[in-house]
Write a protein that binds this ligand. Structure first.
Ligand SMILES: O=C(O)CCC(=O)C(=O)O
Ligand SMILES: [Fe+2]
Length: 326
């Protein structure tokens, strides 16, 4: 597998936090953000530019991984705020029972301060400011649980869902379990980001995958794909034009947990959501964002609170996306 490891460094210094809180209150950094760091080199950046993805091992300490796993349980118990479509909890449920039912929670950072802080996890900031530029904003977080038996997600390009105007969308996928071929790690088609084309996508009824639409008619085959196995605590970065997918969790038990956040340059307008009132397409700019580095040139527009935490439907439970009435 093409993967880059980095030297792990510990530092006692207080990290510079560039996170500007909008939806969540400002807090002093907690020790978990000082626990681990890695050195990002030109070789990492070159690999990323060429292949469209990069694995950075040991980016999160075991303490950070554990904190995120515990927070996942609180989210799935509904203890941090409303999550649309969350399955009901029974009194006798163990923590594992509770998370087992949910495939993925979208926008956990809208209800969890821990998840909010991890938008600006230091390795994320290091890598993203190298590949995107000094000014970086985040618009989305997703918490995958994908327990044994749960489906993967079919081939897609993230820019097909979250379009930037300068092709600057990038993901930081933090492994909270060892992600393996057996339990449904990511698969990527190296270099597929380079042509800058959004391939067609359609609904599918392939039971291996959740209900999200699938890309097709691209000039690659499954034989061009490589699995991206990564240990818990590692981060997989990938470009918004990169074709990627994941297969079902076929391990006999356990989870394939990960927290993934999506970022782009602060300079791009973000025509992501349809406007409430008709507006010229060229002005559309999703402003439910969090700056994680540098300056926001559109700060004068303010920040909106548009997105809400919700679950992603898994095929077994149907394909209906939760609405505000759930
Ligand atoms: O983790 C997965 O199964 C899919 C993740 C993904 O496609 C993404 O984060 O963009
Ligand atoms: Fe994706």
């Amino acid at each position: 597998m093409l993967a880059q490891s980095t030297e792990r460094e510990k530092t006692a210094a207080t990290p510079t936090r560039t996170l500007t809180p909008q939806a969540m209150p400002l807090r002093t950094p907690t020790p978990m953000h000082q626990a681990s760091s890695v050195t990002i080199t030109d070789a990492h950046a070159d690999f990323y530019r060429e292949n469209g993805y990069l694995v950075v091992e040991n980016a999160l300490s075991p303490y950070e991984v554990d904190a995120l796993r515990q927070e996942m349980v609180r989210i799935c118990r509904g203890q941090l705020g409303h999550v649309r479509g969350l399955p009901p909890i029974l009194a006798e449920d163990t923590d594992d029972d509770v998370i087992h039912r949910t495939l993925c929670v979208h926008f956990p950072h809208k209800i969890s301060e821990v998840m909010y802080d991890f938008l600006a996890q230091r390795t994320l900031v290091d890598v993203l400011t190298r590949v995107i530029g000094p000014n970086v904003k985040c618009m989305q977080s997703m918490l995958f649980i994908k327990s044994s038996g749960k489906p993967g997600q079919a081939w897609h390009q993230d820019e097909g869902f979250i379009p930037t105007r300068d092709r600057s969308l990038n993901a930081g996928w933090m492994a909270l379990d060892d992600a393996t071929i057996e339990n449904g790690c990511l698969w990527v088609i190296p270099g597929s980001h380079k042509r800058g084309i959004i391939w067609p996508h359609h609904q599918h009824d392939d039971e291996r995958f959740d209900c999200v639409v699938e890309s097709f008619q691209f000039p690659y085959t499954d034989a061009d794909a490589v699995p991206v196995e990564v240990k818990a605590g590692g981060i997989v970065f990938f470009n918004g034009y990169l074709l990627h997918r994941s297969l079902p969790n076929r391990a006999p038990n356990g989870f394939r947990r990960s927290l993934v956040n999506h970022y782009c340059s602060a300079e791009t307008l973000l025509p992501w959501q349809l406007p409430e009132k008709p507006a010229p397409v060229g002005t559309l700019d999703h402003r439910d964002i969090v700056m994680i580095a540098g300056e926001d040139p559109y700060a004068y527009k303010g920040i909106e609170d548009k997105m809400h935490s919700h679950i992603r439907p898994n095929r077994e439970g149907g394909c209906r996306w939760p609405t505000k009435d759930d």
